[in-house]
Design a protein around this ligand. Structure first.
Ligand SMILES: [Zn+2]
Ligand SMILES: [Zn+2]
Length: 256
């Protein structure tokens, strides 16, 4: 009886071991297919800006149910991309809703884990892909004085803290939700495009000495204040734009 039990355990153990090694093989194949989308922030700036390696761009927007972006924001984001990128075969934006992860407020590690379970599109042939997650909550460590609206965290990955944007847009004198969404999308995508001095070399000295990878030109889209709620208040519904120095950097790195 005891021997039979022991054999049973041994059989189960070896089955599990075989199962694990199969998973490892699958993981290796998956990692190879996804490796182009698991690089440091800013390292795909030229691939996004130019048509040298990729002729088209596909944006995969995954939003938590009830936290989807406004259609106005997606239209503004699309126009921003068309103004700056050379993608002769076009820019496609896909959108899908998913249930809440229940993990708010979020660390970047938690956002990256959510990406691992929800992202379905990766670079393929001459199509480069970008993942955008609309989260149902805030970034951890937000304070009353400063909240974070979005983060770019890998070469083709960014998150918009839609819970925070919605809370902000209910305050008196705040811009509309769609204006805050558009500005945050454009700002975080500009980090993917290598701004400021983050994979796209500076053509002039305009990096903010007090906020690395941001621009020191007042009211430029890449001012650090845009990423934090403060820069949004009082802007009305006018979406901040890139200033001439930021655009010159992008153009020197293959952009429009
Ligand atoms: Zn920023
Ligand atoms: Zn600038």
């Amino acid at each position: 009886m005891q021997i039979t039990k022991l054999i049973g355990y041994l059989l189960i153990s070896s089955f599990i071991l075989i199962g694990c090694s199969d998973d490892d093989d699958n993981t290796l194949v998956t990692n190879a297919l996804q490796s182009g989308n698991k690089k440091p922030l800013g390292s795909s700036a030229n691939d996004l800006l130019s048509a040298t390696n990729f002729n088209s761009l596909t944006i995969e927007i995954i939003a938590v149910q009830g936290f989807e972006p406004t259609t106005t924001a997606i239209q503004g984001f699309r126009e921003f991309l068309q103004d700056r990128l050379f993608k002769p075969d076009g820019i496609t934006i896909t959108q899908r809703s998913v249930p809440s992860s229940g993990k708010a407020p979020f660390s970047i590690e938690e956002i990256a884990e959510i990406e691992n379970t929800t992202r379905t599109l990766f670079n393929k042939e001459d199509d480069i892909t970008v993942y955008v997650y609309f989260a149902d909550g805030s970034k951890e460590n937000d304070t009353n004085e400063q909240v974070t609206l979005g983060s770019a965290y890998l070469n083709t990955s960014m998150v918009i803290y839609e819970g925070t944007l919605r809370a902000l847009s209910t305050r008196p004198n705040s811009p509309s939700l769609s204006a805050v969404e558009t500005a945050t999308l454009n700002h975080e995508f500009s980090h993917l495009m290598g701004l400021v001095n983050l994979g796209t070399p500076l053509q002039s000295e305009h990096e903010d000495p007090n906020a690395s990878n941001h621009c020191n030109v007042s009211s430029c889209l890449m001012e650090a204040a845009i990423e934090f709620g403060s820069g949004m208040m009082g802007m009305g519904d006018v979406i901040p734009e890139l200033d001439a120095q930021c655009i010159a950097d992008l153009q020197a790195n293959g952009g429009r």
